[in-house]
Write a protein that binds this ligand. Structure first.
Ligand SMILES: [Zn+2]
Length: 91
């Protein structure tokens, strides 16, 4: 008997991480200052306004991050065992 390799295709899909919403960040374009990342974009904007008030730096790079999760077709993303922990939990 010889060894055999069985190859099958499994459909995967990418979806928003079930436990993590958007995370907003901002950084000043004039210095190294950056806002504390937050799920609340309004809080990040207020931090930028405070920084602008103190420094007169008025340009900011704002980003919103989402976390994707790949699941096999038919797999529930909520119960999938491969769901990584929220990045803030590793700090
Ligand atoms: Zn600045």
């Amino acid at each position: 008997m010889s060894p055999r390799t069985l190859i099958r295709n499994v459909t995967h899909r990418i979806t928003q991480h079930p436990d993590i919403g958007l995370t907003y960040e901002a950084a000043c374009l004039s210095c190294g200052w950056s806002a504390e990342p937050s799920p609340d974009g309004g809080e990040v904007d207020v931090e930028c306004l405070r920084h602008a008030g103190r420094s007169n730096h008025r340009g900011f790079r704002r980003t919103a991050h989402s976390y994707a999760h790949v699941v096999r077709d038919g797999e529930d993303p909520v119960t999938a065992s491969t769901v990584p922990p929220h990045p803030s939990a590793r700090q």
